[in-house]
Every structure is written in C-alpha cells, then in structure tokens.
Design a protein around this ligand. Structure first.
Ligand SMILES: Cc1ncc(COP(=O)(O)O)c(C=O)c1O
Length: 399
C-alpha cells in the first residue's frame, strides 16, 4: 500500500480525532524511520517516548518472536511466567512493592486512582477520596485520567468530569500544603510535565511535596509514564529529584512499542486491591511482558544510565547553542533525553519544516519536544541539531 492510499483510507474510515502529518512510516531501525518512498528520518520523538531502545531492537524482536511462538494470551485467571518475572524486576527497580499490569498509560493512572481511593476507604471509610493534581498536568484520556488532567481544553465537551479532583497552581508549594487536607487520599504528580511542554517544577518543590505527603500520611503518586524507564538518566525521574513515591505509574516505553502499562505501589497501599477489585483482560500480556523483560535488561546494563545523562547534556547544550544563534527561542529545559525548546510562536509549523528536512520532533503548544530513543548516538544528536538549526530563522538568541 502506498502512503497516499493509507492517507485516503484513514481519512475515509477512521474518526478524525488525530491530527496526523501526511507521512506514512513503514520501517524503522535504531533512531531512524523510513517512509513508504524510502525517505529516511531521524526520529527525535520515538513514538512519543515509546521507542525507548530504538526501532527494531534485535533483543526485543527476539523476545517477542519467541513468546509469540509459544503463547500469545492466557488471561489473568492463570499464572504467566514472563509477567511474574517482570513484576519482580519492576518492584525491585521502583518502590519495592507490588505491581498491577494493564495496557496503557491512562489505564495505569486509572488503576492508581482506584487503588489510592480504595486504600483510603480501607483505612478511614468514606469521605477521604480527594486527589490533588497540578495545573497543566496530563494523566490520560479515560474519565479517571482525564478528570485528573488539569487542563480545561481537554475537558471541553466531555463534562461532567469525575468528582473528587482538586487542582493546585503549578509550582506553588503553599497552595499544595493548603490543599492536602484530611479529605485527600493522594497527591498525583508528573515529576516533569510532558504533554504541557516539558515543564519543570521549581527546584525543591517535589522534595517539599514529598515531605508534606509523608507528614500527613498521604500517598504520593508519581505519574512516570513519560519520565520513567531511564528517560531522565535514572530509572525513575523521582530519583533525579531525590524523592521516593508510594505509587508509580508506568507505560509508554515499557515494552518498547507493544501496549503495556503498570502501577507499582508500596505493599500497604497495594494491599487495597484484593481479588475482584480491579482487572484487565489483556493486562500483563505474555508477549508484551517478554518485550519488557528484554527492555529492562538493557536499561540495567552497565553504563546505560550515565550514557543517557551524557547524551542529554549534549542535546541540551546543542539546543542552547541554537537558541543563541537563531531567533524565536524563549527557553530550553528538560532532564536527560526529555527536552523541550519553548518558541515565541506555535511549534507545529516548525515540526512540519523539520519533517520535510528529515527530522521527527514533537510539538506541545509553543514547545518543540525532543524524546529520542535512549540509544540515540552522539553523532545522531549532532545531525538532528544541525537539521533543526537549518529550519530555524537566522540571528537573535534567547530574549
Ligand atoms: C504523563 C502521562 N500520563 C499519562 C499518559 C497517557 O498515556 P496513554 O496515551 O498510554 O494512555 C501520557 C501520555 O502521553 C503521559 O505523558
């Protein structure tokens, strides 16, 4: 099928909820994507932080094929070896607690929301079910995740949202303190806000928030769906901010492209999910879990995390250089290989220019987003930076 045919069929038979670029990728290898005409693109978006180890990573392909040849699905009425092993690894890498598997980020947050409410109900009975979220957050598109998403533009036309979510202003620690009342069962936060444009909390905010939650006995839920799994140079971004969450949600790159989500919770919180309390037909599917085991093994290999820090610094430094030589850049921000470049105007037209020049990047409002595979090479970073610079207007610098 040609790209033109794919575009025509998609437009004719699929709902118009995605604003797609008119590009059809048919193959990938490492940090590269190839369209139907064979044009190569350097992928600095990685399927929105999903292609963690690049495209067609041989170890992942091998794990998937072996498991697919043995067993695709059995349901969670039975035990699943790859799932059992993955639970052990995720527990060890995060809170040391217990895991629930699902298929996506929004499902992971949905499970986390149900878990903290049930945990609170088991401890205190009814009435302590409020979840505090931060203005500008993004937690998913199902009603739980969407209600937790403190951005009115995502709610418009879909109201009413679920009750029981309180929004605090971004970066305001006193407002958070005031909001963490005895009616609250959790504070849900992205360590770095991704979808609203790589927004960093002020220095010390997360540490202070952790202290408040501990003091008040309120579970801290970290949505690490975008920031987790080595993206910032540590398994969890929480480590980079020196905090330990009680509950963590993960998805995106966990299975390097297969649908898999997980919630990991401290044992006493996890205990709220007894038999029948929550579930998923496909959650923890053997093939996705086999892929994730291969992913975790590579993430844990010696030198992997420091290489992400090093490459992140190269990307960040390169973008700062571009900011000083080109017009229209307001700010560069991020940690590791999660970096945003805030422009003076809409980022989308620049994304289209980058695509034409063979570089895939993302846009969030007026922020260009860079989420390359963690395996991107330093040469590829330099090449991507020079493509970006070539499409930006000359002169100027950060105003
Ligand atoms: C922080 C965060 N939470 C939740 C989600 C939702 O994940 P999914 O699209 O897999 O449902 C996303 C997706 O971008 C995200 O970045």
């Amino acid at each position: 099928m040609t790209g033109v045919e794919a575009v025509a069929l998609t437009e004719r038979y699929q709902m118009a909820n995605y604003a797609r670029y008119p590009v059809t990728f048919v193959r990938g290898e490492g940090s590269w994507l190839f369209d139907d005409l064979g044009k190569p693109y350097l992928d600095f978006l990685g399927g929105i932080a999903v292609a963690l180890l690049g495209h067609a990573r041989p170890e992942v392909t091998q794990a998937v094929s072996v498991q697919a040849g043995a067993l695709l699905h059995v349901s969670n009425l039975f035990h699943v070896p790859a799932q059992a092993r993955l639970g052990e690894r995720l527990s060890a890498a995060t809170t040391g607690g217990k895991v629930f598997f699902c298929n996506s980020g929004t499902e992971a947050n949905e499970a986390a929301i149900k878990l903290v409410r049930k945990h609170s109900f088991d401890r205190f009975g009814e009435g302590r079910h409020e979840i505090v979220v931060v203005e500008g957050s993004f937690h998913g598109r199902t009603y739980g995740g969407l209600s937790a998403t403190a951005q009115p533009k995502f709610h418009k036309g879909f109201e009413p949202m679920l009750p029981g979510f309180t929004t605090v202003p971004f970066g305001d620690i006193d407002a958070l303190d005031a909001a963490l009342t005895e009616r609250v069962c959790a504070f849900l936060v992205e360590p770095i806000q991704g979808e609203s444009g790589v927004r960093m909390h002020p220095p010390g905010y997360l540490k202070e928030a952790e202290g408040m939650c501990r003091k008040k006995g309120i579970p801290l839920v970290a949505d690490e769906i975008q920031t987790g799994l080595g993206r910032t140079g540590a398994f969890l971004a929480c480590e980079r901010f020196d905090i330990l969450p009680d509950v963590v949600s993960l998805a995106k790159g966990l299975a390097n492209g297969l649908p898999l989500g997980a919630v990991v919770a401290r044992d006493d919180v996890a205990a709220a999910f007894g038999p029948g309390s929550h579930g998923s037909t496909f959650g923890g599917n053997p093939v996705a879990c086999a892929a994730a085991l291969a992913v975790l093994e590579i993430l844990a290999s010696p030198g992997f995390a420091p290489s992400v820090v090093r490459k992140g610094e190269r990307l960040f430094g390169g973008l700062m250089g571009i900011a000083s030589r080109r017009t229209g850049v307001r700010e560069v921000r991020g940690v590791g290989l999660m970096v945003g470049m805030e422009m003076q105007g809409e980022a989308k037209p620049l994304v289209a220019r980058c695509m034409d020049a063979g570089l895939v990047v993302g846009a969030a409002g007026n922020v260009l987003r860079f989420l390359p595979p963690l395996t991107v090479t330093e040469d590829e970073i330099d090449r991507g930076l020079s493509i970006l610079e070539s499409v930006l207007p000359a002169g100027g610098g950060c105003p």
